[in-house]
Write a protein that binds this ligand. Structure first.
Ligand code: IPD
Ligand code: CA
Ligand code: CA
Length: 265
């Protein structure tokens, strides 16, 4: 595990250096599907660096990365890479974005790192070994009273109008009088649950690279992560709920709108 961890740290830090070097500087920006779903040349450079480092050390490992896609090989190891989570923030010079890299072994997350170079915050977790922020152990909040919780969420760019829009779920939390933030980086949202800044996070339609590392970090910090059926989470799930554990069921109830109206999502 040591070499895997060293390579994870090296790739994370090298990508972080690239992101920081370009932050608030000039770089090209393109649209993916939809005019606000962006990719910059920095996403591509950072991703190239991460993949180059991983494959230099572990040429047989599989890779799933946001910008270049999948390189699947016959290996029990699979690296899941988001070179910049929070690209829209990055493109606007907002310092809430990060590198996020998770490692699966036989489909189980074993390592995760999330690094925001602008805040110099490196979150890390190893399966069974707890979670850290800049090397210092972290844990989720101890808050039990849901009415006093501080929450965070995010929204997809596109949503089929056949099902209830996530804004309706957001509205239910706001109408309960709860503070709900929207930072624009799911990986950072998860890590900020892990270190107790937030008590809970939910979002629809995330991708494996948005959640892989952060999921392990929340779990190792003592939190709970499920899908909206309340079942054990998989990085391939499209519904993510991560909490300190204490407020999980109440969040789930509000997301599913169990107090009267049936689940419509
Ligand atoms: C996005 C961020 C954002 C979430 C979006 C993601 P990206 O990732 O995690 O918080 O709301 O759904 O796509 O595009 O910046 O890597
Ligand atoms: Ca992302
Ligand atoms: Ca990204």
């Amino acid at each position: 595990m040591n070499e895997l961890k060293e390579v994870l740290m090296l790739a994370t830090r090298e990508a972080g250096k690239i992101i920081q070097a370009y932050f608030q500087g000039s770089f090209t920006i393109e649209n993916k599907e939809g005019i606000n779903n962006l990719v910059t040349e920095v996403d591509k450079r950072a991703e190239e660096k991460i993949i180059e480092i991983i494959l230099r050390h572990f040429p047989s490992h599989s890779i799933i990365s946001e910008e270049t896609g999948e390189k699947l090989q016959d290996s029990p190891y699979q690296w899941i890479i988001d070179p910049i989570d929070g690209t829209v923030n990055f493109a606007h010079g907002i310092p809430i974005c990060c590198v996020s890299i998770g490692l699966l072994h036989n489909n189980e997350l074993v390592l995760g790192a999330v690094y925001n170079p602008m805040m110099n915050e490196l979150f890390f977790a190893e399966k069974g070994q707890g979670a850290t922020l800049n090397g210092v152990p972290i844990s989720v909040s101890a808050k039990k009273d849901f009415r006093r919780a501080c929450l965070v969420t995010g929204f997809p760019y596109k949503w089929p109008n056949t099902t209830e829009h996530p804004i309706k779920v957001f509205e239910r939390f706001i109408l309960e009088g709860l503070p709900v933030r929207r930072l624009g980086s799911a990986a950072i949202d998860l890590c900020w649950v892990a270190c107790g800044r937030f008590d809970g996070f939910w979002e629809y339609n995330l991708s494996p690279w948005d959640v892989a590392a952060g999921y392990l970090i929340v779990q190792e910090a003592g939190g709970r992560v499920t899908n909206f059926a309340g079942n054990a989470f998989s990085v391939f799930d499209k519904e993510t709920l991560a909490t300190n554990g204490h407020i999980h069921d109440e969040m789930l109830r509000l997301i599913l709108h169990k107090n009267g109206i049936e689940k419509t999502i």
